[in-house]
Design a protein around this ligand. Structure first.
Ligand code: UD1
Ligand code: UDP
Length: 376
């Protein structure tokens, strides 16, 4: 099987790690392609270094620009690479611009596409992630849905059953494989000075929040008001996008909030595990808090992870400060006892095993059609 794994951002690195490990365990060769959508040390290199990931075989160094330019540049580069290498299957994960570019490039060449974390829906078409994940699902041959609910979402959109595989979410594999390591090795609690004190862990980086001055200010206001009432510190490892916007909007940081640079995975996991409460707009962080038993408040109007709300692990607060305070108070009284809806931590193995079987069953199908050039 000629397999390519495409990634470009922090969450893709962390959620494709179990697929990479499953390939390594089975001695399956793969080509690792990094688009370079994320490039800052703390969003990229730190994960390769500390998690001992193989270096990318191809690095496209696309970097930041408008969504159109970024996606277009990745599409051009990926299409030419896919054509030259004639992969049987290309694997993408999640809902970023990297994923959409990988999906479009594969579909133009008739290379089969495998989408890890298929079927999530926020039903908020304003979010770029919703467009990316929907389009990707509809050009995928293998849709690795994390839960039964996500399988239902795909069925409702007319995707044939035989393309859908419920595997659990690879985030569980990554959390379970690193939780103890994080507790043993991470010195982040001492380094931040938080020690044994209770604290709130905040992450906010989504465009719809931090690119809007009022919404960003409301999140900081709500979380700091809750923290002040409870006598808690808020630790906020800040994504570069959010830091840039905080400075551009000239927002005053409330005294309860302590900014940190983006953290390595073990450090961040140790904080998520030790926090009294997580407040976030991240997809992956909602899942991880639920897996770790840390109550979560999501500062968005919708979530594509409704399983976490249904089982009592997460509350949707929007960005109204009063609502954030109310939901934070309610969630911080939670016992932390709920079922993990995202699987048993063997998603990476299931995904690789499905792909190996599929390629073995129909090898002829896996001869990519070369693109016919129309310019000569
Ligand atoms: C992207 C994803 C988002 C995901 C997030 C994970 C899309 C549409 N969005 O958002 O779904 O939750 O990654 O973290 O794909 N920047 C840096 N260094 C970097 C990367 C970005 O400083 O390594 C700054 C730049 O100012 C850049 C901005 O962050 O313009 C936004 O980067 P971009 O890749 O467009 O989106 P993210 O906000 O990272
Ligand atoms: N994460 C990390 N360091 C940080 C913040 C987050 O390692 O400082 C990890 C977190 O554990 C999760 C992933 O990054 O696995 C989530 O990525 P992000 O919030 O950037 O993207 P999203 O999941 O919203 O797409």
């Amino acid at each position: 099987m000629k397999l390519a794994i495409v990634l470009g951002t922090r969450p893709e690195i962390l959620k494709l790690l179990p697929v990479i490990r499953a390939c390594q365990r089975r001695d399956i060769e793969f080509t690792l392609i990094h688009t370079g959508q994320h490039y800052s040390e703390g969003l990229d290199e730190v994960f390769f270094e500390t998690l001992d990931l193989p270096r990318p075989d191809h690095h496209l160094s696309v970097g930041s620009s408008t969504h159109g330019e970024q996606t277009g540049e990745m599409l051009i580069e990926l299409a030419s690479l896919f054509e030259a290498e004639a992969f049987d299957v290309v694997v993408v994960q999640g809902d970023t611009n990297t994923v959409l570019a990988g999906a479009l490039a594969a579909s133009k060449l008739d290379t089969e596409l495998a989408h890890v974390e298929a079927g999530l829906r926020s039903y908020d078409r304003e979010m770029p992630e919703e467009t990316n994940r929907r389009l990707t699902d509809h050009v995928s041959e293998y849709l690795f849905a994390p839960t039964e609910d996500t399988r239902v979402n795909l069925r409702e959109e007319g995707i044939p059953d035989e393309r859908i595989f419920v595997t659990g979410n690879t985030v569980v594999d990554t959390v379970l494989n690193n939780r103890q390591l994080a507790a043993d090795r991470s010195t982040v609690l001492d380094e931040t000075g938080i020690g044994d004190h209770p604290f709130v862990l905040l992450t906010a980086h989504r465009a719809e929040n931090v690119d809007d001055r009022d919404r960003f200010a409301d999140i900081l206001d709500g979380v700091s008001r809750f923290a002040a009432r409870e006598g808690l510190t808020v630790l906020y490892p800040i994504h570069p996008r959010a830091r840039k916007q905080l400075e551009a909007f000239d927002l005053t940081l409330p005294a309860e909030i302590q900014l940190l640079d983006p953290l390595g995975y073990l450090e961040f996991l140790a904080l998520e595990d030790a926090a009294s409460l997580v407040v976030t707009d991240s997809g992956g962080v909602q899942e991880e808090a639920c897996i770790l038993g840390t109550p979560c408040v999501t500062v968005r109007d919708s979530t594509e992870r409704p399983e976490t709300v249904d089982n009592g692990a997460n509350a949707l607060a929007g960005t109204d400060p009063d609502s954030i305070v109310r939901e934070a108070e309610a969630m911080s009284r939670s016992t932390g006892e709920w079922e993990n809806p995202f699987g048993d931590g063997n998603a990476g193995e299931r995904i690789v095993s499905t792909l190996v079987d599929a390629v073995a069953e129909s090898p002829d199908k896996h001869r990519p059609v070369q693109e016919v050039r129309t310019d000569d």
